[in-house]
Design a protein around this ligand. Structure first.
Ligand code: SAM
Ligand code: SF4
Length: 473
């Protein structure tokens, strides 16, 4: 029986995006060097920024100001997250959709789109293929349809966790699906999900109305804006926000994202776990004027400002971006990327190399496989991480914030990243990637003081060599 959604908003729901204030702040600021230095200093103390401060960073126009911003973002990222980059893959479960978002290849009016929902057996085949590449973290992606109710989503999560191919295991399943009601989120949470991610698409109401027809569920701006408040009410404290960059002025969207983060922190004591900033890509049958396209230069600006504004929030840059852009932007504060991405439904087990837009939501920019991306990251001096320790140790929401604010990320996360990397190198890597990875692990060990902690890490690394898996400190 199809799930009957209760369209009740969360307790005390309100539109926390103050468009007038945002527009005023964005139009009223010039570039003030003294003020900027103060804000950079505040950021380096790992303090979240206010909307006013964020607007000041968005007002930077000079090359010199931008370079200073980029250097600060790089330094802050290093101070909080070290040089780890967490890797994951999206798994598209189904593209049935009752909505008609003008930019999306899955929209209901797209006649050319091939519709498909994976069966549970097909999910098993996809997950096996993903595990055989070395993936440990997935995000399951769904269109919006009564077919994809909470029980269906929960069942997919259960199926994914149940698959084990060789040494493979998916240790964290995140979700990107339509907003649910409180009861629905509870059903999904009970299966042990990581992050529940929902993108607002645009925080600008008039633009929202332009791209999401009013006679569709997604046409209801408040239902979506309030969606993660309801998730929190249902006990999900690991939330992902995002905006689809290119629908409206990117500076406004940054202010919208920061407003959202501040709102969650104020209401629940915990900000979002991740922020995504996908740039709009070509999609099946899409022929839209996009006057607000965000240039590569502005994209770098956007990422650096977000890094400073929400220091403890993970930042996700997806494979929508090309390898060249990823290479540049990575250093400015990104903490997670997807790799080996296939958007075609069933695309991992069919091993299809070519992109076919009629079977995909949008065009992918980085089509490199997981081994290749891992090798590239190692070459750039990053530690590719498959770690899922925090979530499995119950360090989410305010417990994660406490952990982060005590500066424990580097103490625990770097070793755990190295342990998961060692597993990957042993089980899945090409000889070239393995050589790069082994050298990096050695280099990271050399940086650590000789103490019992280091001995414990080395002992775990030896155990991985002898075939033990899923070790963490
Ligand atoms: N259907 C659910 C929803 O709309 O929230 C969840 C999944 S939707 C498949 C995931 C995200 O893809 C959307 O929130 C949107 O931001 C993004 N997206 C849609 N069309 C896109 C395009 N042409 N280029 C880049 N990203 C796109
Ligand atoms: Fe459907 Fe989501 Fe695409 Fe909108 S973005 S058409 S809701 S799949």
């Amino acid at each position: 029986m199809a799930y009957k959604m209760d369209r009740k908003l969360s307790d005390g729901a309100f539109d926390f995006v103050d468009s007038e204030k945002i527009t005023g702040l964005l139009s009223g600021q010039g570039e003030d060097k003294v003020r900027l230095r103060e804000i950079f200093a505040k950021s380096m103390e790992k303090n979240p920024l206010t909307l006013e401060e964020t607007a000041a960073l968005l007002a930077i126009r000079s090359e010199e100001g931008k370079q200073e911003l980029f250097q600060t973002a790089k330094a802050l990222k290093k101070a909080i997250y070290g040089n780890r980059i967490v890797l994951f893959a999206p798994l598209y479960i189904g593209n049935l959709c009752i909505n008609d978002c003008l930019y999306c290849g899955f929209r209901k009016s797209s006649g050319g789109t091939v519709r498909k929902t994976l069966t549970q057996d097909e999910i098993v085949a996809e997950v096996k293929a993903l595990q055989d590449e070395g993936q440990k973290r997935l995000i399951l992606v769904f269109g919006e349809s009564p077919v994809y109710g909470p029980d269906f989503i929960a069942n997919c999560v259960k199926t994914v966790y149940g698959v084990h191919s060789g040494n493979g295991a998916i240790r964290r399943v995140n979700i990107n699906a339509a907003p649910l009601d409180v009861a629905g989120y509870k059903i999904v949470k009970a299966e042990g999900i990581g992050t529940y991610q929902i993108f607002q698409e645009t925080y600008h109401r008039e633009t929202y109305a332009k791209y999401h027809p009013a006679n569709t569920v997604k046409g209801d701006f408040m239902w979506r804006l309030d969606s993660l408040d309801r998730a929190f009410e249902a006990g999900i404290d690991d939330l992902g926000i995002g905006a689809l960059i290119g629908l409206y002025d990117w500076r406004f969207e940054v202010m919208g994202l920061v407003s959202h983060a501040l709102h969650l922190k104020e209401k629940f004591g915990v900000g979002p776990h991740t922020i995504s900033f996908p740039r709009i890509q070509p999609a099946e049958g899409m022929n839209l004027p996009l006057p607000y396209k965000c240039s590569d230069e502005d994209f770098k600006h956007l990422v650096a400002v977000l890094r400073l504004a929400v220091p403890y929030t993970g930042m996700i840059m997806t494979a929508r971006e090309s390898p060249e852009i990823r290479n540049e932007v990575m250093h400015l504060g990104v903490s997670q990327i997807d790799a080996g991405t296939h958007l075609e439904i069933g695309g991992y087990s069919s091993h299809s190399e070519k992109q076919a837009l009629e079977r995909e939501q949008f065009q992918v920019g980085d089509t490199r496989g997981l081994d290749q991306v891992t090798g590239w990251l190692l070459g750039e001096g990053f530690i590719p991480s498959f770690c899922t320790s925090c979530y499995r140790a119950g360090r989410t929401g305010d417990r994660f914030m406490e952990f982060a604010e005590k500066g424990l990320i580097n103490k625990f996360c770097t070793p755990n990243a190295l342990l998961t990397l060692a597993e990957f190198l042993q089980d899945y890597a090409s000889p070239n990637t393995k050589a790069l990875g082994d050298a990096l692990i050695e280099k990271e060990l050399q940086k650590m003081p000789e103490d019992a902690w280091k001995e414990r890490i080395k002992d775990n690394l030896r155990k991985i060599q002898t075939g033990q898996r899923d070790l963490r400190v």
